[in-house]
Design a protein around this ligand. Structure first.
Ligand SMILES: Cc1ncc(COP(=O)(O)O)c(C=O)c1O
Length: 398
């Protein structure tokens, strides 16, 4: 059994002198609400992702809500999304009073299976909310094709996808907009935060007003203009979904090191891929041809000690084994997590829509058998070997 060493976190944000330097700037000027640093952060984010516009928001969740609201999603509408994703994806649809319609995933990629989508389209379907999970872009070309043939919008929950590429370009192809998360489990972080990218100027303009109470001008514009003593016009029912300039300053510093962070994560993933290449007890994350994985998480699929293809028949036993293995790793100071959850099995959704766990079998398998391993830029390969030692002989811990 491996000996107990330093605790290994699931992830570790990269902060240094530059973050400390920039985060003090808003304190020095006194301008701490959305202002010049948020604007600079947005320009850097747009340049990195190749989008025409980037809008910072208070989280990916509020960004998804803002986007769906701006697209006019209303009660009675339906949106198709994967059943294996973080609960916030579906919640954003619920906030609009619309119905999330779940589609199963492809277990190899953990992303929405386009083959499942067409059968879910009804006269009430307004759009597809694809999720590029764990840093791997969803099959956006296939989904964009379905969307355009049926007159639907395609948007991307890109919470985990900063740095993900498809055919040599940053993810987001064919989508009206993509929404990123800046939570500390993501490649870069502002504590909490989100970013919406889009090429649609009118949509960007609408979302910029909606995130700021529906005001026709921002606080900074009002501050800098003559006649700042008068409040601007409010012609829309908006929200307060702004990011602070303290977070904007942190975001600028994080963007400056994004390439380095992504390279570090990819290097760590390559070490796991190598160390796990002779282990048949887990599947390593797939990277289909043409895709570049950003490894927001390194999520494996547990196959059990005999390494056979898991199915619903042996799921209960395999799930028990996976949980015991994860408990043993946690006891040894190695932080592991199930990848994310099958949203249709969560109480709110199962109850409201009468869903059964086996309704989406691939999502259920992913929920019960996935194991995310510790990964961050600068992870020590010797620590990774410690992690892999558990996976090589899981039966020791059942
Ligand atoms: C796929 C997905 N969507 C949405 C979210 C929500 O992001 P945030 O915490 O920034 O609201 C997450 C967060 O983990 C996520 O993984």
């Amino acid at each position: 059994m491996p000996t107990r060493l330093e605790p290994l976190p699931i992830t570790r944000p990269v902060f240094g002198a530059r973050e400390r330097e920039l985060i003090l700037k808003p304190l020095e000027t006194g301008w701490v609400v959305q202002g010049p640093y948020v604007a600079r952060f947005e320009r850097m984010f747009a340049a990195f992702t190749g989008a025409a516009h980037a809008l910072a928001v208070s989280s990916c969740t509020t960004g998804l809500h803002l986007l769906l609201h701006a697209l006019g999603l209303r009660p009675g509408d339906e949106v198709i999304l994967p059943s294996f994703t973080y609960v916030a994806t579906a919640n954003a649809v619920e906030y609009c009073g619309a119905r999330p319609v779940f589609g199963d995933i492809d277990l190899a990629t953990f992303n929405l299976d386009p083959a499942a989508v067409e059968a879910l389209i009804t006269p009430r379907t307004r759009g597809i909310l694809a999720v590029s999970l764990f840093g791997l872009a969803a099959d956006l070309p296939a989904l964009a094709d379905i969307a355009s043939r049926h007159g639907l919008f395609l948007v991307e929950d890109a919470a985990c996808a900063l740095g993900a590429t498809l055919d040599g370009r940053h993810t987001g192809q064919g989508c009206v907009a993509s929404v990123y998360s800046l939570h500390p489990r993501k490649a870069i972080t502002t504590g909490e935060g989100g970013m919406i990218t889009t090429d649609d100027a009118a949509l960007a303009e609408l979302m910029a007003r909606l995130r700021n109470h529906g005001a026709e001008a921002t606080d900074l514009e009002r501050h800098q203009s003559q006649g700042g003593s008068l409040l601007p016009a409010f012609n829309l029912l908006g929200f307060n979904y702004r990011l602070t300039d303290l977070q904007g300053a942190l975001g600028v510093a994080q963007m400056e090191r994004l390439d380095e962070i992504l390279a570090g994560r990819r290097a760590g993933a390559a070490v796991y891929n190598h160390l796990l290449s002779s282990t048949y007890t887990v599947d390593v994350p797939a990277v289909p041809a043409g895709y570049g994985h950003a490894y927001q998480s390194y999520v494996t699929l547990f196959r059990g000690p005999r390494g056979h293809k898991p199915g619903l028949g042996d799921l209960e036993e395999l799930n028990r084994q996976r949980n015991r293995l994860m408990t043993a790793m946690e006891k040894d100071g190695i932080s592991v997590r199930q990848g994310t959850h099958a949203v249709h099995t969560l109480g709110y959704y199962a109850g409201k829509y009468g869903l059964e766990p086996a309704d989406f079998p691939q999502s259920l398998l992913a929920d019960r058998l996935s194991i995310a391993l510790p990964l961050y830029a600068g992870i020590d390969p010797q620590d990774q070997a410690r992690v892999v030692a558990f996976l090589g002989h899981p039966e020791r811990y059942f």
